[in-house]
Ligand binder design. Sequence first.
Ligand SMILES: [Fe+2]
Length: 163
Amino acid sequence: MIDTKKPTEMLKDEHQAVLKKLAAFEKIIGRLDKREDLAELKELAAFFQTEFWGHFDKEEQALFPEFDSFMPHGAGPIAVMLEEHRVLRDTNEVMQEAIGRYLAGTNDQATLKTITDNVSHFIGFLRSHINKEDGILFAMADMHLDQRQNDKVARLFLEMDKR
Ligand SMILES: [Fe+2]
């Protein structure tokens, strides 16, 4: 065994870190007109543009494939999670484009509204997605994956962290 923590516990820890970022994001989009949080917004946008997707990679490339050992491939909850990942990727693209313009100095109402609408959607959707993963999906993994599978997933996580 390479880590005392199960892969699902590692992912839950990452979820907690993401939830903190979402709370910070929420605060900022409530006062975009003030343009006081440019540095923090830039940092948050950068996190959700790059680092964050490493978490999805861990789920999609390492954990989810193990569900094939106890569930029909691509069925039910995994299909739902993957579809939600797609929605989050799409929403992120739209919000990133608008945040980029805002950070470059654009300040019109349409840009502010695009940011507020899409970041709000991203925040609400990701919170509920995390709830489902923590409460349902990871519980299923904990119930069905054996030690060998957990070790394999944890090893893949380590490799992915080095990328
Ligand atoms: Fe997740």
